[in-house]
Design a protein around this ligand. Structure first.
Ligand SMILES: Cc1ncc(C[n+]2csc(CCOP(=O)(O)OP(=O)(O)O)c2C)c(N)n1
Length: 324
């Protein structure tokens, strides 16, 4: 009997499942803690979109870069960020990534290539293109993935950077997560072209559409773009069709979409789909999947406990790390 070729090693696929579930569980706890009043400010969850960050980052080397967005927790976890330091940052604790003074939208971890979340829509696009220019000039072979939403691709910065990246053949991958809404604005009302990936033609780069609810499809699309980038052939645009299951931010009453629409998308849950695939294809047993669930729950419990027990920043540190 012919042995079916696996798209990836079993350990890699189980790690992908673990990371997707870690994102989901992290975000669910964030919502709870926000409602409890322990997390303050504004927070945008990544629930529903886990396949994008995980599929994409699985195709990267540890020393490759990413830039993230205001909806950045998923990108950070997928690239290897530490959930304890993330949770502590969200709780405003001194042990957090930004010593408790940056919050959800400013998490960075240069050791694992996370060049930063960004509260400015499209704010990561110039940073990513610059990082790719740096990698090219140093001959390091690194690539940079730039995450942004379908709202972000309408910012002028995308068009300026895509043009330069193409002319200079920079190793950058523009990864557009089309979750259908920019706050309350439907993509259908805000974007002139129905096929966002077709915009790549204006910059002479490949533009690929991918099912953002299928982690293996996202992995494969990114793998091809990474191969092209490392070969010196220049940038690519990937547009992932996806959906955020929760509101734009916590507290969003969501009058702009129907419950039926949300329910339809929930039926396509990428984590459930990947879990079923792993079991149906005989890649993992139910017991192995269950063990991942338990380990993830424990990891998130520990992160919350670490964050709760951590000290507040000292008042005397108020002006430390302030540059402007
Ligand atoms: C330059 C800029 N304009 C407006 C805002 C306010 N804002 C925050 S998130 C957001 C929507 C972004 O939509 P999209 O890029 O599709 O990302 P999503 O929230 O859907 O993940 C807007 C308009 C901002 N933060 N920065």
């Amino acid at each position: 009997m012919a042995v079916k070729a696996l798209p990836l090693a079993k350990t890699t696929m189980l790690e992908m499942y673990d990371r997707m579930l870690t994102i989901r569980r992290f975000e669910l706890r964030v919502i709870e803690l926000f409602r409890e009043g322990v997390i303050r400010g504004s927070t945008h969850t990544y629930i529903g979109m886990e396949a994008n960050a995980v599929g994409c980052c699985t195709a990267l080397r540890p020393d490759d870069y990413i830039t993230s967005t205001h909806r950045g927790h998923g990108h950070c976890i997928a690239k290897g960020g530490d959930v304890r330091l993330m949770m502590a940052e969200l709780l405003g604790k001194a042990t957090g990534y930004c010593k408790g003074k940056g919050g959800s939208m400013h998490i960075a971890d240069l050791d694992v290539g996370i060049l930063g979340a960004n509260g400015i829509v499209g704010g990561g696009i110039g940073i990513a293109t610059g990082a790719a220019l740096s990698a090219k000039m140093r001959g390091s072979g690194q690539v940079c993935v730039c995450f942004f939403g379908e709202g972000g691709i309408n910012q002028g910065t995308f068009h300026e950077n895509a043009n330069l990246a193409s002319i200079w053949k920079l190793p950058v991958i523009y990864f557009c997560e089309n979750n259908q809404y920019a706050m309350s604005m439907s993509v259908k009302r805000a974007t002139a072209v129905a096929d966002i990936a077709s915009r790549a033609a204006a910059y002479d780069m490949p533009g690929v559409n991918v099912d953002g609810m299928d982690v293996l499809a996202v992995y494969e699309a990114t793998r091809q773009a990474v191969e092209r980038a490392r070969a010196g052939e220049g940038p690519s645009l990937i547009v992932a069709t996806t959906y955020r299951f929760e509101g734009h931010n916590i507290g969003d009453p969501q009058p702009y979409r129907s419950r039926d629409e949300v329910e339809e998308w929930r039926k396509r849950d990428a984590i459930e789909r990947f879990g079923r695939f792993l079991i149906d294809e005989g890649i993992a047993t139910r017991a192995e999947i269950e063990a991942i669930h338990q380990a993830v729950d424990q990891k998130i419990d520990e992160a919350v406990e670490f964050a709760r027990q951590s000290p507040e920043p000292e008042l005397s540190s108020l002006e430390d790390d302030v540059y402007a």
